[in-house]
Structure formats: structure tokens, C-alpha cells
Design a protein around this ligand. Structure first.
Ligand SMILES: *Cc1c(COP(=O)(O)O)cnc(C)c1O
Length: 364
């Protein structure tokens, strides 16, 4: 075994000992205690997503976050629908790719990798193509760490009466979002991001009326969001197929710990403080961030490789790993970058130590 390290990555991320310990018990997937836990999780998720919970429901879906995104794309767009995908990174592109696999009529609005999505361009496209019925966007584009202007875009999407789908995978739980205020119909996230659980399932916060319209539309059996919801509703927390019981139990504990921390606003403040300390500290060490500060998210930050012949990402990665930190390679095609995440059980002292290690290891 290599020595344990902190995950400075955008999920899986560093979880608390108590979240891990919650998995040291087996649960029966159809027992009423377990199903009651599932129902409680669904209710708490809706309350985290909006202060007006009545018109909303939550559906849990097995698999990594991508499975939940795919369950939404494949279920909610009808055969005669047309999906507009806004993209400025790998996760937006992935939504377009899903739509292509399912043969969904799609319009793609690509902003490039380093510019944020703009409401003006979305409005223009909606005017040019009035047959668009659904709009999908990524809130925090984890590819670069870009935070897209969700409120501005969702306002336009609602004004044009389109169904609004948001991949809030890496932001929900770490950045305040109110789906009702923003008019979001489907918001997707997963267990192993800002709620700080372990990987194994994703979830969808759905406007119940919009989900009710999706019966029989799914292009996949196992990723049928409507059917999954129906079974959970009618079965009082039952999953259609084997559920990740340990992961669900850990997620329940993670929700308790989110509440103890003071809720999403308090977690947001911690993440934001972590990210500011990281970005400023790296700048002082001579690193340059890929994006201007106003486009940074409090989740993850991309940095250019330093201008040094002797620098390699692999060497930096190995040195940091030996010192107890794991970072992420870059994911964009136009520049050599690496990424450092600051979500999970990560505190100021961890960032200070990381910066210290990088400073000590400035070997290039
Ligand atoms: C993590 C993430 C996903 C899902 O990725 P998985 O590897 O399937 O968990 C989707 N969108 C965004 C923006 C993400 O950060």
C-alpha cells in the first residue's frame, strides 16, 4: 500500500473518516429501514436544492455522474424534441455526444475552452432555431474550473419557455443554487462531489410536472429516469435494480455532516476561501492560472505549466503524491495545464501545506 494522500481532485474527493465508517455495515436493498433512508435522502436533497420544494422531486440513479446525465438526456427529450447543448469543455461535449448516440436532434453552441457561456448567444440561437425544446448546460465546467453564469442563462431559457437541464455535478452542495428561483427543470449531480460522499450513484432534482411528461420516452431500459422515479415513489424508496447500499449509507452520513458544517452556504465559504488561498499562493510561486480570476469557480483551478525546460507534470505529480497530495492533469487541448481541486475534506491548513511543498519542490 502506498501511503494515504489527500485527493485534490474534483471527485472522488477526500471524505471524512465518519463517512467511510458508515460503510462498515451491510444493508438489505429492499428492507424498509434502508428504503426509509433512501426516502429521507431524496427529501433532504430537494430541500438542499430549493426553498420551494413542493413542485420538485429527487431520483437517485446507480452509476457515476455520467449515468445520471445520460438518464436525463435519454429520458426527457421526446422523439420530436430538439436539444440545444451549450458547451465550453469536455462535460458539455459529453452531453452532445450522448444526444448523438440516442439520435436526438441537437444544436450545439460551442464557446471554446476558455470563454464562458453567455446568455446573449443563447438567446440568439433560440431565436434562430425556434424548434428547440430543451436546453442543457454545465454549471461548473470541471474541465477548466470555469463557472458558467447559470442565473443569466436560465433566465433566458425560461423566457423562451424551454425545458432547462443543468449538469451541476461539481457545484451542487458547494455553491448555493435554487432550482425553483432559477426555473431549472432537471438538475444533475452525484454522490462523490460537493456533498462529499463516495462514488456509486448520481441524483436528479426534477420538477415533478416535467418528469411526469416523460413516461415511455426513455431510449434505455436501465437509464429510464421516469421508471426509476416511479419505482422509488410507489415502492417507498425502492430501487429498480441492485442499489449501492454502502454508498447510500455513506451519503446519508455526508448529508448529516453538510448540515453540521452549516449547510451549503457555509461549505461554499470554505471552498471559496480554499480556492482563493490556492490561486493566490500559486501566483506568488510564479504559476499562471488558465482563466482570469472572475471566471474561477470555488471548486477546481487550472494552471499553465511553468516556462521551464525541466518541468514535467509527472515529476510534480510524483513529488506531491509522496508528500500526501494527489492533483489532476489538465484536460484541454489548446494548452499544457494541470488542475488542483479544493473540494472535499480540505481545509486552509491543507492548502498552506500544499503550497509549502510546491515551494520546497521548485526544482525546475
Ligand atoms: C464529475 C462530473 C461529471 C460526471 O463524471 P463521472 O466521471 O461520470 O462521475 C459530469 N459533469 C461534470 C461537470 C463533472 O464535474
Amino acid at each position: 500500500m502506498t501511503r494515504p494522500y489527500l485527493l485534490l481532485t474534483p471527485g472522488p474527493l477526500t471524505t471524512s473518516t465518519t463517512v467511510k465508517e458508515a460503510m462498515l455495515r451491510d444493508w438489505c436493498t429492499w428492507d424498509k429501514d434502508y428504503n426509509g433512508l433512501v426516502q429521507s435522502i431524496r427529501t433532504r436533497l430537494v430541500h438542499l436544492a430549493t426553498s420551494s420544494p413542493e413542485p420538485y422531486t429527487a431520483v437517485l440513479m446507480q452509476g457515476s455522474g455520467t449515468f445520471s446525465v445520460e438518464s436525463v438526456i435519454g429520458t426527457v427529450v421526446p422523439r420530436d424534441g430538439k436539444l440545444l447543448v451549450l458547451t465550453n469543455g469536455a462535460y458539455g461535449n459529453r452531453i452532445a455526444q450522448m444526444a448523438a448516440v440516442y439520435g436526438i436532434t441537437t444544436s450545439v453552441l460551442d464557446f471554446g475552452e476558455t470563454d464562458c457561456v453567455t446568455a446573449g448567444a443563447v438567446e440568439e440561437r433560440l431565436q434562430e432555431e425556434p424548434d428547440i425544446t430543451h436546453v442543457a448546460m454545465v454549471h461548473c465546467e470541471t474541465t477548466t474550473g470555469m463557472l458558467n453564469p447559470l442565473a443569466d442563462v436560465s433566465k433566458v431559457v425560461k423566457r423562451y419557455n424551454k425545458i432547462c437541464i443543468v449538469d451541476a455535478m461539481s457545484s451542487f452542495g458547494g455553491i448555493p443554487i435554487d432550482v425553483s428561483e432559477l426555473g431549472i427543470d432537471f438538475l444533475i449531480s452525484s454522490a462523490n462531489k460537493c456533498i462529499q460522499g463516495v462514488p456509486g450513484f448520481g441524483f436528479v432534482i426534477a420538477r415533478t410536472e416535467a418528469l411526469l411528461a416523460c413516461e415511455g420516452q426513455a431510449r434505455s431500459l436501465s437509464l429510464d429516469l421516469y421508471d426509476q422515479w416511479q419505482v422509488m415513489e410507489k415502492g417507498g424508496g425502492k430501487w429498480r435494480f441492485t442499489s449501492p447500499t454502502h454508498v447510500v449509507r455513506a451519503f446519508d452520513q455526508a448529508l448529516v455532516e453538510l448540515e453540521v458544517e452549516g449547510g451549503i452556504q457555509a461549505r461554499y465559504e470554505r471552498y471559496k476561501a480554499n480556492q482563493h488561498l490556492l490561486a493566490e499562493g500559486m501566483e506568488q510561486l510564479g504559476f499562471c492560472a488558465l482563466l482570469p480570476k472572475e471566471l474561477h469557480s470555488p471548486i477546481i483551478t487550472s494552471f499553465y505549466y511553468p516556462l521551464s525546460e525541466s518541468f514535467t507534470f509527472e515529476a510534480l505529480y510524483e513529488k506531491l503524491k509522496a508528500a500526501g497530495f494527489v492533483i489532476y492533469p489538465g484536460k484541454i487541448s489548446t494548452a499544457d495545464t494541470f488542475r488542483i481541486g479544493n473540494i472535499g475534506e480540505i481545509y486552509k491548513a491543507d492548502i498552506v501545506k500544499l503550497l509549502q511543498v510546491i515551494n520546497d519542490e521548485l526544482f525546475w
